[in-house]
Design a protein around this ligand. Structure first.
Ligand code: SF4
Ligand code: SF4
Length: 299
């Protein structure tokens, strides 16, 4: 079994559109949406969810007012200013509480307990392109890295049970905790970038991260024809870093029309009055290049 990650240093590069198109082309992969802060792969895949589970990502402290003597010791020790004092007892602001447990440790009355906190949900679904594992983190919730690990764990389990050779992972944007959790241990990563200053800068950052985890990478330049001088700069950088540029996808309004209809770009038939779907052809070629590389990577 091999895991293939599609990633980008920033949002808005077209990463999920490309992942959805790969899902349509591959057909028999297990799909994992690890962009848990803003999962949207499912919007293009029409999943039928058959299992939903709570994700307990942290704990929160709770004060039992009947035991609290309002001594304020907990308030003095909370480094996160999450405890307020009222006339009769202290109370904890759940949004401020980081679940460190110090208040519970210092409370002389044993009035504070730590309770599991549900930070989001994860889902198992079937799609017309194969099984999908995805998740949704609650607003302002943390521990997205743990939730990503959970999504990958279940995708791996399904791949083993169903004897599927590949797992296709839609990674989160950026280089933070959920990205680290997504990239560690995958067999190959495709970095989707765009011909802009930010695109090149973020490509460099993601490449450094991939190097740290010893993950081989390929690059795809999306909407490459919007600024061909920057496309050339990205290609020069890739040449210097010995990175294969697996594909260049042109800007194509058909991708937008496909998204409006909730379809992967490769499943969208261009209207007779519209230009040919050049992006879809480029994505098909890109997929072939990725597949060949994936097959050649050692397990
Ligand atoms: S330390 Fe315990 S008893 Fe004192 S204010 Fe906090 S909860 Fe109440
Ligand atoms: S668990 Fe930590 S962060 Fe939360 S209220 Fe207690 S001391 Fe503050």
């Amino acid at each position: 079994m091999k895991e293939f990650l599609v990633i980008s240093g920033k949002g808005g590069t077209g990463k999920t559109s490309i992942t959805a198109a790969f899902a349509a082309l591959a057909q028999d992969m297990v799909l994992a949406d690890c962009d848990v802060d803003a999962a949207n792969l499912h919007m293009l895949l029409e999943p039928v969810t058959y299992h939903t589970e709570e994700f307990v990502g942290s704990q929160k402290a709770i004060i039992d007012p009947s035991k609290c003597t309002n001594c304020r010791l907990c308030q003095r020790h909370c480094r996160f200013d999450a405890i307020e004092s009222t006339k009769t007892a202290c109370i904890i602001d759940p949004l401020g509480c980081e679940g460190c447990g110090v208040c519970s440790y210092v409370c002389p009355q044993g009035a504070i307990a730590l309770r599991d906190h549900v930070s989001g949900h994860w889902f198992l679904s079937d799609t017309r392109y194969g099984p999908l594992v995805h998740a949704r983190l609650g607003i302002a919730e943390e521990n997205s890295g743990k939730l990503v690990a959970k999504v990958r764990e279940h995708a791996q389990r399904i791949a083993e049970e169903q004897h599927r050779e590949y797992i296709l992972v839609d990674g989160p944007p950026g280089t933070g905790c959920p990205v680290i959790s997504s990239i560690s241990g995958v067999d190959l990563a495709l970095i989707v970038t765009e011909p802009t200053v930010a695109g090149l800068h973020d490509l460099e950052r993601v490449k450094r991260l991939a190097d740290h985890f010893d993950v081989p990478v390929m690059v795809c330049i999306n909407k490459f024809d919007l600024d061909e001088s920057y496309t050339a700069k990205i290609e020069t950088y890739c040449q210097e870093q010995d990175i294969e540029v697996a594909g260049r996808i042109p800007f194509d309004k058909n991708v937008v029309y496909a998204l409006i209809r909730g379809l992967p770009a490769v499943d969208y038939r261009a209207e007779p009055f519209s230009s040919p779907n050049g992006a879809a052809d480029a994505i098909r070629n890109l997929w072939q290049a990725v597949l060949e590389r994936l097959q050649s990577e050692p397990v």
